[in-house]
Design a protein around this ligand. Structure first.
Ligand code: FCB
Length: 447
C-alpha cells in the first residue's frame, strides 16, 4: 500500500468550534443570529465561545499532531472572508485560515477544506438566502477567492456540506435557519445549491490547480423497506431518491431522480423541472460521504414531510447512540459498494462518521468512552472490508476531533475524540482518542 492512498483523519466545522465570532472584522452568519433567538437551540446555548478554537488554534493543532492525525477536514466561514457576503474582502479572516493551513502542513497533516458548512452570511439571508439564485453567484465569488488564495496548498476541496440538510432542515422542516417550511421553496433552494456547486466546479477547472480535487459531502444512508411487500419496497425507493439521490444524481449523472420529479409534478412544483437542463454530469473529482445511521421505512401516511412521500419512518431495531441514531455499521459497506458499482473509478472519502454518547470525566481524569470505540471500530472495519474488495475509498474522517456546538442540540451532545470542558476550555483526550492514535500508528508502521 502506498503511503498516502488512504488517510485516517478527523473533521470539524468553523461555527461548531471557533468562537470569537465577531473577531478581526468578521460578519455575522445566519446561524449566529438564529441561535441568539430564545428557544431555537437546546438550553439557549450559543456558538459564541464554542471550543475557543479561534484563539487556541496552535495548541489544537499540536494535539492533533500528538494523535498522529493524517488529514483534517475543517470549514472556512464565509462571513469571516466577506463580512457582508460580497464586496469588501476581510484580510484578517483570510490570515486566520492561512495560519491554520500552514500549521497543518508544518505538522504533516493534509488539509481538506469545506467552503460551506451552513454559515451563510446574514446579509445574504436578508437578500433571500439560498432561495435567491444570485446567492449562488456570490458563493462562487467567495469560493473563487479561497481557491486562488489557497489552491497552492490545499488539495482537497469540498463545496457544500450536506446540502440536503441545508434544504430539508432549513427550508422544509424549518428546524434549522432560516426556519422556512415550504416544499416548493426547498426544491428551489436545492437547485440553487447545486447550481452554486457547478459554478465553483467551472472556476476550479479554469484555475487548473495541478493537484486539486473538488468534491461535495453528502449525508447518505441506506434505506431499508420494512417488508418485501411491493408498497413498502416502493416507499423505500421513494425515500432513497429523496434522501440519497436528490444531490448525488445531479453531480454524478446531471439529472434528478425520476421519483423526485414525480413528486414535484404531483405537488405542482415546477422550478427544478424547468431547470433540469442546467444540471451538469460529472462535477466532482471525489465524493464525500457523511455516514451515521440507516433508515427504515414503510408505506403509509406519515406526518408533515413524510405525508408527501406517502411513507413512515420506523424506529431503530438495533441499539442507538445518544442522538437516537441506530448503530448500523454494515450500512457504510452497503453505501460504499453501491456507489462504487456504478462509479468504479470515483474516489470516495468518508468525510464524517462518529457518535454521541453521554461521556463523563472519571475521578482519575479519564473519559472511558468504550461505546464510541466500539462504534468507530465497527464502522472502520466496514470501510476496510469495502477497500479490500476493491472499492476506491481514500480516507475515513471521524466526526469529530473535539466535542463541539452540535447545532440545535447546543453543547448537550458530545461527538469528540477529545473532551472539552467548556467552563475551563481544558481538553482531555478520550480513550477513543488514544484508540484512534493506536490505529493510525499501526497503519503507519505497516507503511
Ligand atoms: C452532520 C453535520 C456535522 C455534525 C454531525 C453530527 O450532519 O455535518 O456538522 O453536526 O452531523
Amino acid at each position: 500500500m502506498q503511503k498516502n492512498d488512504f488517510y485516517l483523519g478527523v473533521a470539524t466545522s468553523a461555527l461548531q468550534i471557533e468562537g470569537s465570532l465577531a473577531a478581526d472584522g468578521s460578519g455575522q452568519s445566519l446561524w449566529e443570529v438564529f441561535a441568539a433567538q430564545p428557544g431555537k437551540v437546546f438550553n439557549n446555548d450559543t456558538p459564541a465561545l464554542a471550543c475557543d478554537h479561534y484563539r487556541r488554534c496552535e495548541a489544537d493543532l499540536d494535539l492533533m499532531a500528538a494523535l498522529g492525525i493524517e488529514m483534517y477536514r475543517f470549514s472556512t466561514a464565509w462571513p469571516r472572508i466577506f463580512p457582508a457576503g460580497a464586496g469588501a474582502l476581510n484580510q484578517k479572516g483570510l490570515d486566520f485560515y492561512a495560519r491554520l493551513i500552514d500549521g497543518l502542513l508544518e505538522r504533516g497533516i493534509e488539509p481538506m477544506l469545506t467552503l460551506y458548512h451552513w454559515e451563510l452570511p446574514q446579509t445574504m439571508q436578508e437578500r433571500g438566502g439560498w432561495a435567491n439564485r444570485d446567492v449562488a453567484k456570490y458563493f462562487a465569488d467567495y469560493a473563487g477567492t479561497m481557491l486562488e488564495r489557497f489552491g497552492d496548498r490545499v488539495k482537497y476541496w469540498i463545496t457544500h456540506n450536506e446540502p440536503w440538510v441545508t434544504t430539508v432542515l432549513g427550508y422544509w422542516e424549518g428546524v434549522h435557519p432560516p426556519g422556512t417550511k415550504d416544499f416548493a421553496v426547498a426544491s428551489q433552494v436545492a437547485h440553487h445549491l447545486l447550481y452554486s456547486h457547478q459554478l465553483v466546479w467551472r472556476i476550479f477547472q479554469e484555475l487548473n490547480l495541478p493537484q486539486g480535487q473538488l468534491g461535495i459531502a453528502l449525508n447518505l444512508s441506506p434505506v431499508h423497506a420494512a417488508s418485501n411487500q411491493p408498497a413498502d419496497l416502493a416507499a423505500a425507493d421513494r425515500y432513497d431518491a429523496f434522501l440519497n439521490r436528490w444531490f448525488m444524481d445531479p453531480v454524478l449523472k446531471g439529472t434528478y431522480p425520476e421519483a423526485l420529479c414525480t413528486l414535484w409534478r404531483e405537488q405542482g412544483v415546477s422550478y427544478p423541472l424547468e431547470r433540469m437542463d442546467e444540471l451538469q454530469a460529472g462535477t466532482i473529482n471525489f465524493l464525500g460521504i457523511n455516514y451515521y445511521t440507516r433508515n427504515r421505512v414503510q408505506a403509509g401516511s406519515g406526518d408533515a414531510l413524510y405525508a408527501l412521500l406517502r411513507l413512515e419512518q420506523l424506529p431503530p431495531e438495533l441499539p442507538a447512540t445518544e442522538m437516537g441514531w441506530e448503530i448500523y455499521p454494515d450500512g457504510l459497506y452497503e453505501l460504499l459498494t453501491r456507489i462504487s458499482r456504478e462509479n468504479k473509478e470515483l474516489p470516495l472519502f468518508i468525510t464524517e462518521n462518529g457518535a454521541a454518547f453521554p461521556d463523563q470525566v472519571d475521578a482519575d481524569g479519564r473519559v472511558k468512552d468504550e461505546q464510541r470505540i466500539a462504534y468507530l471500530e465497527a464502522h472502520l472495519a466496514q470501510v476496510r472490508r469495502a477497500k479490500e474488495e476493491g472499492v476506491n475509498v481514500r480516507g475515513y474522517l471521524v466526526w469529530s476531533f473535539l466535542d463541539n456546538f452540535e447545532w440545535t442540540y447546543g453543547y448537550s451532545k458530545r461527538f469528540g475524540l477529545v473532551y472539552v470542558d467548556y467552563a475551563t476550555q481544558k481538553r482531555i483526550i478520550k480513550d477513543s482518542g488514544y484508540w484512534y492514535r493506536d490505529q493510525i500508528n499501526r497503519k503507519k508502521q505497516k507503511g
